[in-house]
Write a protein that binds this ligand. Structure first.
Ligand code: UFG
Length: 334
């Protein structure tokens, strides 16, 4: 029996495939390379020395999904596939609803048809909206502040309804905080197509000269240095969280949310300072206007995942910054 990984060539997906293979799990991977590259699939094999079946497939295609389920004995699904750019989702909401909701719907129907009722879903801290207080735990109220966030929240709701309708389903809703960093080998990392939106890929672009400077969005927030605070987590820690969730969906029923964060909050200026220090490189930056929709502070209480999944993030911020830059140096723009 195998675990199907949708979006397995993407940033978090590829790191998770490595940890699954290293732990001896059998995987089947699918991706349509919308925001990833075929080379990632080869690199997962190279890093682990293990082989797996890969499908270039679209989760919105019933025929594609049907083929994967018909040809394999799928025990559980880790569902990463989806669009993830907040700004784009505001400009093109229908594109987000069609792909993220439509694709998940096709996947869930197929799972139901084949009696596969174990799912691990890539949710996001965005489902907490702008939290009224920090740190954030899983009982905080949920809301959506943009179409991307709405797709995450609606998929969580679909999963809760599914579990309410049939107690045989086991679903882990993994609410990621801010994943950064890369695999220690330097072979895989974050490789967004097009212009990046998130802080770390933008810092990288500034360091490689693709962008002149980093704009720090606001320094008048009610935080110690005035810049926003987030819970950055090493992507390998996040990948290991999925491995822990696989064990959990094998044992527990129902739709259960887990925060995957470190529990530590760092400001934008602290990220800049740490990245400069550990990599001995200068990041030119200037202070700009606040970005609409940004919370001043968002960091997790990660205790539930520690207690129930037996998982804890262990990488430091220094390691996250070092590994993110190591990936770029190792690949030299490849
Ligand atoms: N930032 C800048 N300049 C930039 C880019 C970002 O100052 O050019 C700041 C932001 O204002 C924010 C921090 O860096 O304070 C992190 O921003 P990101 O865009 O990297 O991450 P967000 O916290 O805004 O969003 C991330 C994910 C979303 C997810 C959200 C959940 O990208 O998918 O966390 O909290 F929904």
């Amino acid at each position: 029996m195998a675990i199907l990984v949708t979006g397995g060539a993407g940033y978090i997906g590829s790191h998770t495939c490595i940890e699954l293979l290293n732990a001896g799990e059998e995987i089947v991977v699918m991706d349509n390379f919308y925001n990833s590259k075929p080379r990632a699939v080869e690199l997962i094999k190279e890093i682990t020395g293990k082989d797996f079946k890969f499908y270039e497939a679209d989760m919105c295609s019933e025929a594609d999904m049907e083929k994967i389920f018909a040809e394999n004995d799928i025990e559980a699904v880790i569902h990463f596939a989806g669009y993830k750019a907040v700004g784009e989702s505001v400009r093109e909401p229908l594109m987000y609803f069609k792909n993220n909701l439509g694709g998940t719907f096709v996947l869930l129907e197929c799972m139901k048809k084949y009696g596969c009722k174990k799912l691990i879903f890539s949710s996001s801290a965005t489902v907490y909206g702008i939290p009224e207080t920090v740190p954030v735990n899983e009982t905080f109220p949920l809301s959506a502040i943009n179409p991307y966030g709405r797709t995450k929240l609606m998929i969580e709701d679909m999963c809760r309804d599914l579990c309410a309708s049939d107690p045989e389903w086991s679903i882990a809703l993994l609410r990621y905080f801010n994943p950064i960093g890369a695999h220690a080998s330097g072979k895989i990392g974050e490789d967004p197509n097009g212009i990046p939106n998130n802080l770390m890929p933008i810092i990288i672009n500034v360091c490689t000269g693709k962008q002149a400077e980093l704009k720090v969005f606001g320094n008048d927030y009610p935080t110690a240095d005035g810049t926003c605070i987030r819970d950055y987590i090493h992507v390998v820690d996040l990948a290991l969280g999925h491995l822990a969730a696989v064990k959990s969906v094998r044992e527990k029923k129902g739709a259960i949310p887990y925060n995957l964060g470190t529990g530590n909050g760092y400001s934008v200026l602290e990220i800049i300072e740490t990245f400069q220090r550990v990599n001995n490189i200068k990041i030119p930056y200037s202070i700009a206007e606040r970005r609409a929709g940004d919370a001043a502070e968002c960091y997790s209480v990660p205790d539930k995942a520690a207690k129930e999944l037996g998982w804890k993030a262990t990488h430091t911020l220094e390691e996250m910054c070092r590994d993110a830059w190591n990936y770029i140096k190792t690949n030299n723009g490849k």
